[in-house]
Design a protein around this ligand. Structure first.
Ligand SMILES: NC(=O)c1ccc[n+]([C@@H]2O[C@H](COP(=O)([O-])OP(=O)(O)OC[C@H]3O[C@@H](n4cnc5c(N)ncnc54)[C@H](OP(=O)(O)O)[C@@H]3O)[C@@H](O)[C@H]2O)c1
Length: 274
């Protein structure tokens, strides 16, 4: 039995689908079980009941998403261990590779709490998700001009389903225990090239237009993203102007196939932009 946090989200939903497809029993955490819309075969469980006996009984593996256990991850992990959970697969971040930045430090703290629990762990360290480009959907549906501070900045965006496929592998085999695989997409693309590929997927000519970084920063801050995080993300984008984004070999090595391309992702999500 696997317990998946963030189960209705960009990555977690695919983890649930992947485990169900492998005929594994799944409990899926969500704050609103009635609205979760999970695949048949997965049982929705209220996030508030994450540490309850009925939730943890029989669970051997837990997928941890940072936002879901905010506040008391150590308490949850202690309860999980007491119930016989063996392994945690963590949705961490590539930012953890370079400590000292606010996003990396946030995820490193999460990783350390999990390591301190004494449970087996696999920390997945993905770079930018392809789904981040959904933030452009309003502009694409509008005048078809995507306004970006660094349209010529490169990214190695990863398809969320590839992250989930690695997570499923991390649960169903022992190959990744104690590993921190860096996961990226298979290619380096400029953001204006991503805009063009979304245009190709929806059959419209789209363009990217440069805007002031300060305007972009104001739009980024809010929710999980602090001012310091927005500054770090913009600096990272500025550094990737004219520099191809590094491609991690780990995704292909673990999955035994190349990662899904951004063009594939755009075709799958065409309806979200139309
Ligand atoms: N986006 C990127 O480029 C990127 C790159 C590297 C790492 N990451 C990391 O990946 C994680 C995001 O993954 P994701 O996009 O799959 O997540 P997501 O879709 O944003 O959220 C997953 C689910 O978590 C639940 N949730 C959200 N906020 C919550 C809260 N405050 N309390 C309890 N439950 C909450 C929601 O489910 P319910 O509403 O059903 O409860 C949501 O559907 C973050 O930790 C991020 O730092 C992101």
């Amino acid at each position: 039995m696997y317990l998946i946090a963030g189960a209705t989200g960009n990555v977690g939903r695919h983890v649930v689908t992947g485990l169900v497809a492998a005929n594994e029993p799944v409990r899926a955490l969500t704050r609103d079980p009635a609205a979760a819309g999970l695949p048949a075969g997965a049982a929705a469980v209220a996030t508030a009941d994450a540490a309850a006996d009925a939730t943890l009984d029989g669970v051997t593996g837990v997928f941890v998403h940072a936002a879901v256990f905010h506040g008391d991850l150590p308490g949850f992990l202690a309860a999980a261990k007491a119930h016989g959970v063996k392994r945690v697969v963590t949705l961490s971040s590539l930012a953890s590779v370079s400590p000292g930045n606010p996003i990396g430090d946030h995820h490193l703290a999460l990783e350390r709490q999990i390591e301190d629990s004494g449970l087996e762990w696999v920390h997945l360290r993905p770079g930018a998700f392809a789904v981040n480009t959904l933030a452009w959907a309003g502009q694409i549906r509008g005048d078809g001009v995507v306004r970006l501070p660094y349209p010529d900045s490169h990214t190695n965006a990863i398809h969320e389903r590839d992250i989930a496929d690695v997570a499923v592998r991390a649960f169903l085999t022992d190959d990744l225990v104690g590993a921190r695989p860096v996961l990226t997409g298979p290619e380096s693309l400029r953001q204006d090239e991503q805009v063009r590929l979304i245009g190709a997927a929806i059959g419209r000519e789209l363009t990217a237009e440069r805007i002031d970084a300060k305007v972009a920063r104001d739009a980024m801050v809010g929710g999980f993203v602090t001012e310091a995080m927005a500054d770090w993300m913009l600096e990272a984008q500025a550094e990737m102007v004219d520099n191809p984004a590094p491609i991690s070999p780990e995704t292909e090595r673990i999955l035994g196939r190349p990662g899904r391309t951004f063009a594939d992702w755009a075709v799958e999500h065409a309806a979200d932009f139309a």
